[in-house]
Design a protein around this ligand. Sequence first.
Ligand code: KG4
Ligand code: ZN
Length: 361
Amino acid sequence: MYILGIESSCDETAVGILRADPDGRLSPCANRINSQVPVHRLYGGVVPEIASRAHIESISALATDALSEAGISPSEVGLVAVTSHPGLIGALLVGVNFAKAFSFAHDIPLVSVNHMKAHVAAAWVESTEAPAPEAPPFLALVVSGGHTSLYHAATWCDYEEIGATRDDAIGESFDKVGRLLGLPYPAGAAFDRLAAEGFAALCPSDPTLNGYAASPAFRRGELHLPSPALHDGTADFSFSGLKTASVNLIHHHRQKNEPFSPAEFAAAFTYEAVEAVCRQTELALDRFPGCPLVAAGGVSANSHLRQALRRLCKKRGISLSLPPLSLCGDNGLMVCAQGYREYLAGHLADVSLNASAADSI
Ligand code: KG4
Ligand code: ZN
């Protein structure tokens, strides 16, 4: 069966085509993404109204291109899957209405997909580490521009939230603090490289998070920042304190004209962000011992986080699945993959499907 997956929840218009074979094998046939980053970069972040208009302008051509890349006609599509929640409501509505029209016009079943579950499902399209678990249960870590969440998946479609951010998301904090360091939106990938430079300067013999934790610089506490992991027994996060402390520290150095290394600061910030994610992931693993871990979302492309998760899973003797960098950010293939699960579970949608900004799982 060919699945057409549509994603328009934020600033990427994406259409994927995935072939699902009867033995369960998933093969990507097309992965078209129109990134709006150059447009939003002018404003330092996503402008929702501009995002909706840009989705409208590109979605139709993107679907045509995806079909021709896959070498199939619309009548050969067996399932239409679309992200319906959560996200920017105007942006989501473009994808949902396109999917409904496509499904209605070609008489193809339609399924609605949750954006976080779709991110996680990317690991079943491809994983750079262990193959994704053959069956639930598993733990899912979603780290993105809008989420920092841990879930326990009892089935392919039923997720229970184990921990989440109570304010800002991890990706949002990389983007906002990165902006202060002069990095263009979205700052994540450049922040990652800057932090690597910082680790190389602060702990040259072991330029990693571990090396930094053991370094004289860390012990001196010059770049001390608060942890975004809540210490109240929950697996929740609060990134707003880390963000505010970072803003204050950067302004303090600038106002006093003191020497300040953006690279070393990026390393210290990355250390706290990654340590917090690992700490809360360990709490979730304590609750569900032995559960395999699947990590996903735009921030799961972060090289320091990937390394830390590899180490954590090795220490706990559990399997880790991570999508390749090309499938960490928003894409249509991840929507296809989760859409297929929803279809197999009988969760069909129809033309009454609506988009929702609500952050429910
Ligand atoms: O999953 P995604 O594409 O969109 C949302 O669902 O939010 O995630 C986008 C986020 C942005 O905040 C971006 O800066 C961040 O992922 N990101 C990274 C890296 N690559 C992308 N953050 C840290 N390190 C990276 N290498
Ligand atoms: Zn996303």
